[in-house]
Design a protein around this ligand. Structure first.
Ligand SMILES: C[S@@+](CC[C@H](N)C(=O)[O-])C[C@H]1O[C@@H](n2cnc3c(N)ncnc32)[C@H](O)[C@@H]1O
Length: 227
């Protein structure tokens, strides 16, 4: 695991209990009502009942809980995260909402799941801090089924907004928000590549479908614990 992943894990282990509250307050300060923006993010994946979905860096499971309603009781949900404390909060949330998901503690750059498994693979928030973004992206594509959807979102100040008062303030609070949407890391072989903005224009959303010709690579598998 890289040094930046190690730091990230320590950060989220400490923050887990107050993560949702902090996220809600930070979003309001950005002029964003978090539940409706998350709904937008989930809706663009056009989920259907019975689908198998993996969220990489699931955190406390706020997206996965919405997804659970869309895929219904026959869907299969897996949430993966580096932080056991965040997964613990996710487990609590799912128990409270009477929802089910398998949870795996692992690094995004080494997904312990078989290739070509999921109808949808999503990620929202975290990739800007990943030690190996390229490998994480490659892994997300590997575990999506052929023709399956991959959706990657992250907070970011768009280049044309960096000189505005709001942009400068956000960048002062978190300089990593100046990173670029990693479109250049997406293989040119994917289909329907699309990049848009949401979260009051402070998060990007890259989505595409996996081509039918990409062979799976083998990876060690881990059994998820029940959330
Ligand atoms: C900003 S939170 C986002 C959580 C969730 N996706 C959401 O939308 O609220 C970032 C999450 O990424 C996780 N994370 C950071 N680096 C990771 C890595 N290399 N592999 C897996 N998870 C990672 C953190 O533990 C944390 O739970």
């Amino acid at each position: 695991m890289s040094e930046s992943d190690r730091r990230s894990r320590i950060f989220y282990e400490r923050r887990a209990r107050i993560n949702d509250l902090q996220m809600r307050v930070a979003s309001l300060l950005q002029g964003v009502w978090e539940p409706s923006e998350r709904r937008k993010f989930v809706t663009q994946m056009e989920l259907t009942p019975g689908q198998r979905v993996l969220e990489v860096a699931v955190g406390t499971g706020s997206n996965l809980a919405l997804i659970a309603n869309d895929v219904g009781p026959n869907g299969r949900l897996i949430g993966l995260d580096l932080s056991s404390a965040m997964l613990q909060q996710c487990k609590r949330k799912f128990r409270r909402l009477r929802l089910k998901a398998g949870l795996i503690e692992a690094d995004a750059s080494q997904l312990p799941v078989a290739g070509n498994t999921f109808d949808v693979v999503l990620h929202f928030g975290g990739i800007k801090d990943f030690g190996n973004k390229k490998k994480a992206l490659k892994e997300m594509i590997r575990v999506a089924r052929r023709g399956g959807k991959v959706s990657i979102s992250e907070k970011c100040v768009p280049p044309d907004k960096r000189d505005s008062l709001r942009g400068r303030l956000l960048l002062r609070l978190d300089p990593l928000l100046a990173h670029e949407p990693p479109v250049d890391l997406v293989p040119s072989t994917v289909n329907d590549l699309h990049c848009s903005w949401f979260w009051n224009k402070t998060a990007y959303m890259i989505s595409f479908t996996k081509p039918y010709g990409v062979p799976p690579h083998s990876a060690p598998q881990t059994q998820p614990t029940q959330g």
